[in-house]
Structures are given as structure tokens and as C-alpha cells.
Design a protein around this ligand. Structure first.
Ligand code: NAP
Ligand code: HSE
Length: 434
């Protein structure tokens, strides 16, 4: 497949929505000509599977639109199948079939790769085809290729990232433009950043899937979606974003993956990032991934984390890598699983922000401090705002294993003096172990 020849390389598309249309536009535009000049290959869009084939898609010959997957999977002229439809099944069975029948596959589907990536990679290896999935993590940012190829020998110890464009856009717009959470989410959907089911974004499942993929590659050890505890931004209130700002922090939905004494710790949750930290400056739908290793110290990759055209860039690059590295891919190293244990999230140590709504009367602050003290949790900063009947009590806690803060939170929530469920958010970079 790597030989330069006159025949175009035919691509079958499974899906032609935000990302699929980006691929079509890219190949029809100047990028198509650049690719042909540089590689000697002309990429041609072949059959395109959609749900509604009667609706025209700009740049796609209507005769190529189909609702029958056989038109893509059973077409011997299709060399590469590009899956940009999303979901687990049917894509899983269709991609296995494509790989086993000798077609290489490029996918943007993080939910599928984070659950079944190794099975798909094995099918690719057994049939001498390739599976590539750069667009599945951080859209346009070439983080998978960099980890797998450029940093293969760098012994990465930590991957910290803003890996969901929708939530970063929402958090940025809530603070910058004063948009409500609901309006910012609606705008992210209009702009094509959000998943078909946006609860995947705001609930943290999308970021968890991406962190499972990035941790697997960074640490050369299989991490599945089920290994990544996650929490989204759907329970955050504008008040927490504002309070954090007053305390010198920016709230971000972070993915944190780290090797701790040989075990893998991976999780996703809202995090208070110090305002001067490099990740604090990443706004809008952009993503950033900070890679740490004793060899290369720190490398940060930043760029668009969502969007049709942006994501198409990673898809088309994967197709080109397949054409250029047929049978020589680094990707098959994913089958070399070091079998590292997964560190229980409660054992990871972190500083925390805690917000309590308490009765505004004498002795309450001392009561809260004594519960924290009995659970071995020490307070670094306290801000109290009395409002008469109730007071807002905001604390930053010293680094503590999550299990102790959780125990203290349960006890505090049960107190008559505590009027709402406590809000607890980890703080980045203050002696945390993950
Ligand atoms: P989308 O706009 O909802 O497009 C999905 C496409 O798949 C549509 O063309 C739809 O057909 C087709 N489709 C869905 N289910 C189908 C089925 N059962 N049979 C046939 N066709 C089906 O989604 P998207 O935003 O392009 O995302 C696609 C994938 O890329 C997802 O895995 C997503 O996680 C990933 N991704 C998205 C972005 C982004 O910024 N949007 C970035 C990175 C990765 P109709 O057009 O007829 O409805
Ligand atoms: N919905 C995803 C996001 C798209 O907002 O990051 C990119 O994977």
C-alpha cells in the first residue's frame, strides 16, 4: 500500500456528521492536493454510511451515501475504513470485520478504544492491517503519535491534561462572558464540540475514556475506561468558580495519570489549578496535555480539543501514516502490556478546596475544625463569609489521602450545623501524589 501508484486510495466512511464532513472538506480542498504532491497518493472518498441517506452532504456524491454498512465493509476497493459515527455497537463488530478482511481502520471513537482497543489492535496485528486512533484523544493535538513514537524511550511518569473541549469551553465562557452553564453548553453543542449525548462531556466520561487511552500508551500498560474514576462539571456551581478565582485558582476539569511506585493512578475530576500554572491559561475548546518524565522533564502539547475540521486533521494524518508505515507501525506495541497494578484512587494524596454552608453561630468553625482534625485533615486557609443565619465557610486543606477527606466530608454532611452537602474539589500541584 505504500508504493506510489496512479490508483487513488479509496476511503470508506462510517458516519458523516461534524467530523466526517470535516474529512470530506479536507480531502476536497487544498490539503488533498498537498497530500498527493507530498506522498504520491490521492485519497478518494468512497461509500459513506449514514442514518439518513436522503439528506445531501456537501461535497459527497449522493450516489455514495448509503444506510447499508455492506456498501463500505464489503467493497474490495475500500482500503481504509474511517469510523466517525460513535457508539460501541455496531462500530465494534464492523471494525473487527474491516480489520479481519484486510482493511486498515482509523477511528475517532474514544469510548470504543478505551473499552476494546486491545481486541481491535490484536485483530489488526493478526491480519497485517493497522488501527489508528489519534483523533480519539484531544482531537487535533498529535499526542498519541508523540507518546508512541517521539517519546517512546522517555519513560513518561505523569500525564496531566485538559482533555475535554466542551467542558473547558463551558468553564471559560462562564467566567469570561458570564454565560450560564446551560447557555454555554448549548453554544458548545452548536459549535460541534459536544458528543451526541453531551452528558458524556459534562459528566466526565469523555475525559475518562481519553485518559484511559493516554495512560495506556504513556505507561505501556493497559488501562481500561473502567479503571478511571471520574466526576464531571455538572455539579459545579458558578459560586465555586468565583470563589476559586478569589482564592487565586482557576477551576478546570483535569485528567491526572501518574505512576506511583510502579502502580498506575488515573482519574478525572474538577480541580483547582493555581492561576499561575500553565494549564490555567488554556481556555475555550482548547486542550493541553502536560507530559512529565525525568528524561525530558516537561513537555506540554496544546491545541484544539474539539471541532470537525480540527479533528479531521488527525484522521487524515492517520490515514497517511497507514499508507507510509504499512506493517511497520509502532501502534502494535500496545499489545505489550506491562500489567501494572491500578492504584486505588482513595490512596492518592492531594490538597483540597472545601466549601460548607453552615449555621452562622458561635462554635461552628471550631466544630468543623475538630471533625477535620479527628480525621487527620489539616486546614491551610479559611475564608468565612457570614450572611446572618448562614455562613459560607471555604477552606483549602493541606495534602491528605482522599480517603480521609471523604470520611471527614461524610461526618460534616451529617451535622445539624452543616446546611448543604459539602463541595470538595482537589487542588493541583500542592504535594499531591497524582
Ligand atoms: P455526529 O455529528 O453526531 O455524526 C455522527 C455520524 O454518524 C452521522 O453522520 C450519523 O448519520 C452517523 N451515524 C451514527 N450512528 C449511525 C448508525 N447506527 N448507522 C449509520 N450511521 C450512523 O458526531 P461527530 O461529532 O462527528 O463525532 C463522531 C465521532 O468522532 C464520535 O466518536 C466522537 O466521539 C468523535 N469525536 C468528535 C469530535 C468533535 O469535536 N465532534 C472530536 C473528536 C472525536 P446521520 O448524519 O444520518 O445522522
Ligand atoms: N466532545 C469532545 C470534547 C470532542 O468536547 O472534547 C473531542 O473528543
Amino acid at each position: 500500500m505504500s508504493a506510489v501508484s496512479g490508483a487513488p486510495v479509496r476511503i470508506g466512511l462510517l458516519g458523516c456528521g461534524t467530523v466526517g464532513q470535516g474529512v470530506v472538506r479536507m480531502l476536497a480542498g487544498t490539503a488533498g492536493a498537498t497530500i498527493e504532491r507530498a506522498s504520491g497518493q490521492r485519497l478518494e472518498v468512497g461509500p459513506v454510511l449514514v442514518r439518513d441517506a436522503a439528506r445531501p452532504r456537501p461535497g459527497v456524491d449522493p450516489a455514495l451515501l448509503t444506510t447499508d454498512p455492506e456498501r463500505v465493509l464489503g467493497d474490495p476497493s475500500v482500503a481504509v475504513v474511517v469510523e466517525v459515527m460513535g457508539g460501541i455497537d455496531p462500530p465494534m463488530s464492523w471494525l473487527l470485520r474491516a480489520l479481519r478482511s484486510g482493511k486498515s481502520v482509523v477511528t475517532a471513537n474514544k469510548q470504543l478504544i478505551s473499552r476494546h482497543g486491545s481486541e481491535l489492535l490484536r485483530a489488526a496485528q493478526e491480519s497485517g492491517t493497522e488501527l489508528r486512533f489519534e483523533a480519539s484523544a484531544c482531537a487535533a493535538i498529535p499526542v498519541i503519535k508523540v507518546l508512541r513514537e517521539s517519546l517512546l524511550a522517555a519513560e513518561i511518569e505523569a500525564v496531566t491534561g485538559i482533555v475535554n473541549g466542551t467542558t473547558n469551553f463551558i468553564l471559560t465562557e462562564m467566567r469570561r462572558s458570564g454565560l450560564s452553564y446551560a447557555d454555554a453548553l448549548a453554544r458548545a453543542q452548536e459549535l460541534g464540540y459536544a458528543e451526541a449525548d453531551p452528558t458524556e462531556d459534562v459528566g466526565g466520561a469523555d475525559a475518562a475514556a481519553k485518559m484511559a487511552i493516554l495512560a495506556s500508551i504513556a505507561f505501556h500498560s493497559r488501562v481500561l475506561l473502567g479503571d478511571v474514576p471520574y466526576e464531571g462539571i455538572d455539579r459545579l456551581q458558578a459560586e465555586d468558580v468565583d470563589m476559586a478565582h478569589d482564592l487565586g485558582f482557576v477551576v478546570k476539569l483535569l485528567g491526572l495519570a501518574r505512576l506511583v511506585e510502579g502502580a498506575v493512578s488515573v482519574r478525572v475530576h474538577p480541580t483547582l489549578v493555581p492561576a499561575g500554572h500553565r494549564l490555567a491559561a488554556i481556555g475555550g475548546p482548547d486542550n493541553a496535555v502536560l507530559l512529565e518524565s525525568s528524561t525530558v522533564r516537561e513537555i506540554m502539547l496544546v491545541g484544539p480539543g474539539a471541532g470537525g475540521t480540527e479533528t479531521a486533521s488527525a484522521i487524515v494524518a492517520d490515514v497517511l501514516s497507514i499508507l507510509g508505515t504499512h506493517r511497520g507501525s509502532f501502534l502494535h506495541n500496545a499489545l505489550a502490556d506491562a500489567g501494572r497494578p491500578i492504584l486505588p484512587p482513595d490512596e492518592v494524596q492531594s490538597a483540597f478546596y472545601m466549601r460548607l454552608v453552615v449555621a452562622d453561630r458561635p462554635g461552628v468553625l471550631a466544630l468543623v475544625a475538630s471533625v477535620l482534625g479527628e480525621e487527620g485533615v489539616s486546614i491551610r486557609t479559611v475564608v468565612q463569609r457570614g450572611q446572618g443565619v448562614e455562613a459560607r465557610l471555604v477552606m483549602v486543606l493541606h495534602p491528605t489521602p482522599g480517603v480521609r477527606v471523604r470520611a471527614a466530608t461524610v461526618r460534616l454532611a451529617a451535622l445539624e450545623e452543616v446546611r448543604e452537602d459539602p463541595v470538595v474539589i482537589p487542588v493541583l500541584g500542592s504535594g499531591e501524589g497524582g
